[in-house]
Design a protein around this ligand. Sequence first.
Ligand code: NDP
Length: 464
Amino acid sequence: MKFDFDLFVIGGGSGGVRASRMAAATGARVALAEEYRMGGTCVIRGCIPKKLLVYASQFSENIRDAKGYGWDFGDCKFDWPTLIANKDKEIARLEGLYTKNVMAAGVTILQDRAVFEDEHTLRLLNSGKLVTAEKILIATGNRPTREMGTSHVIPGGELCITSDEAFHLKEMPKRILIAGGGYIALEFAHIFHGLGSHVSLVYRGDKPLRGFDEDLREALCTSMQTRGLDVMLGCEFTKVEKRGNCLHAETNKGGVIECDQIMLAIGRQPNTMALHVEKAGVELGKKGEVKVDDYSRTSAAHIYAVGDVTDRVQLTPVAIHEAMCFVETAFKGNPVKPDHAHIPSAVFTTPEIGTVGLSEEKALFKGHSIDIYKSSFRPLLHTLGGSDVRTMMKLVVDAKTDRVLGCHIFGDHAAEIIQIVAVALKLGVTKKDLDSTMALHPTAAEELVTMRTKSYSKEPAKPG
Ligand code: NDP
């Protein structure tokens, strides 16, 4: 059978773009359909615009610190529309670059929504055309969920925004409630707080960032309270109403909170709605994610899926890595499984969280006997600046092999530091290796190679 293309990629985000370019470089005839804007969540309404807002939010603290160093800026003002307009300009520039690079690779870009018609055929909804391809890659990403679960459909939920809308608000909210305790809730809570909003974080659990090392969670919680963020734990919305220009939220704790915006950051759902994957024999999981094997292959042998739509690890570099493994497997005759070990990640709060490897709790759960090295200190920058910000660093070490199992940092530049720690962990670094590494002074990172005294040791409840 003759096909229009060798590969049809659905979705122009991090995974789809990388896969299409790499596949085209092998000589394959590749088409990519994107219904919205090239670049996907990361470039258009995720990592990149978020980081620009994080930078904006940190000037308030830098300006406060600067006073201790003798600087006086007079009356400083912040203008939200200027920030949003400049951010939009930069995002449009990046989007243009993405499009240019994909076209330069020889990929046919179709600005359209593609849905499955059968195993090898896609229907383009705007143009109405049918296109056939030998292989298909689903890289449609995910989107913020508005559903609190069947037991928690909150009346008035449609009055709330998600991170998608937060990037385009006309005005900065003076008071904002943010629901959730994951990456997005925490990052936006710090963004709005740094820009001057009154922020309340409404989280159902006992401490945000479930699954992260307990010391990181503790350090973050204390820092948020010290900074004046209102952290409401064990708390959930029960009802949202509009009264005049304000929103009123009722929670399970009783009472009503008045605010200007309510943002839901309670997870994301895979973009498989109305894609009609069933027509191609592609199986979905419980959340609507595309089920894949170790090689990102779906239940249909010629259809693959990478990135957030598979709900494995929702991170841009992981989607890119999966895309490159897919091209090796499907176009270069060299089957490669994506490696999901030692993935560093950062939460861009202020200060940041950087983490790689096992938490203390996970190391014990996996049966390791562990030695813990911990340090908490006031960074030099803040000594004259006067703020109470502290840095926390922690190493989880296997007591038997001396291998470093995990590293967790809460402090300035944690993300930059953890990227390099991830290299060391991937190479199997031991505590002895760290001890024998020359420190670089004066830095915060030097603490990682100068922590000589064990804080404590722990044995797993059930060895092995
Ligand atoms: P997360 O999965 O990180 O967090 C979701 C949060 O919502 C959790 O705190 C969860 O609580 C809470 N929640 C879930 N369901 C409900 C409910 N029904 N009612 C109330 N609260 C609920 O999702 P995010 O949307 O924050 O981020 C999605 C993914 O995007 C992340 O997993 C991450 O991989 C990626 N991301 C990465 C970033 C980075 O690298 N810096 C930045 C932003 C996103 P509980 O813990 O109790 O389940």
